[in-house]
Design a protein around this ligand. Sequence first.
Ligand code: AMP
Length: 380
Amino acid sequence: MNGREPILPGSTIGVLGSGQLGRMFTIAARRMGYRVHTFSPDEDTPTGQVADVEVTSPYEDLDAVCSFAKGVSVVTFEFENVPAATAAAAAECAPVRPAGEVLHTTQHRLREKTFLSRAGFPLTPYRRVADRAELTSAVAEVGMPAILKTADFGYDGKGQYRIKSLSDLDGAWQAVGEREAVLEAHVDFECELSVVGVRSVGGEFRHYGPIENHHENGILDTSTSPAAVPDRVAREASEIARAVLDELQVTGVLCVEFFLQKNGNLLINELAPRPHNSGHYTVDANLTSQFEQQLRAVCLLPLGGVGQWTPAAMANLLGDLWNNGEPDWTAAAAVQDVKLHLYGKSEARPGRKMGHLTALSRNAAAARNDATNARKALAR
Ligand code: AMP
């Protein structure tokens, strides 16, 4: 096989990582007759519960990674912090899609921002901060308020600290662990948007249009599609997403997160080189979900249609919902046009993503209301 032949149903796909993204990918793959093996350091994982085989091994065990890769037709990942050496070891033993370089660029904020700014994409003003003295000079250049973020391994607002005055600098530097960081100007945005795009190995591109996202405490709370933005903004966001996927030569799904400024300009916040939380509604609302697109792209099959049945909204279910015991599932099931997704996690910690609800309705605002009302009905 020259590596360009489609990988057909009946074949086995390997997934590095074992969270909910891998779980929903696995469900899409199994529906189409594929087998799925998952590899991560954990046991009884959201992905492992629905996969054919769950391999439990540290990412640093490169022999285990290689033997895992030898047992599958293609390796993909659902977790962008898989170490670069792990992706490289897998690539010695099987095709890896998207390529390890995409992971390498996007798993480190500074590398990602350097890549995007060199390619001319619009970004929030930022400075690299290597030590405490540089933090002082970076704040003088970027201004306040600003946000200090760890350069690596940051997601869901973790490893971030907001700086409002010079008296915050010592606390901020400690909060990021006194190591390489990025200082970003705080953006007074109109709203946050994302575009989930997919690119085939031959460069074909599909997307679901801009999705409107609301965060609480740095964690995604709701996503609504279509976003209530002018056509010009929708077009521009999708064009930027296409250009990013092309520039990175991605084979697979990638999500571009944006800030829409009050003056109508778009800035890229960050990239996620995989299906994204904001695209979960596509499972219920679109002809082809983001997970099936990922499967099709990494298996070199034609991409699927992105047609959407109705406007839709997604509300995340965090561990906090379990504070007073098991949520009231019956009450949520009673809300028509709302679908429940749970990820099979046994331990509900505050802030942990346990599941989500998707609502379909006649317009996006009504869908959002339905999703959040159903979530309220869950709370004890
Ligand atoms: P991140 O993990 O960097 O995507 O940050 C999580 C969330 O924090 C974002 O989706 C925003 O809601 C908020 N945030 C992060 N950076 C900024 C910024 N420079 N200006 C305003 N809000 C931000």
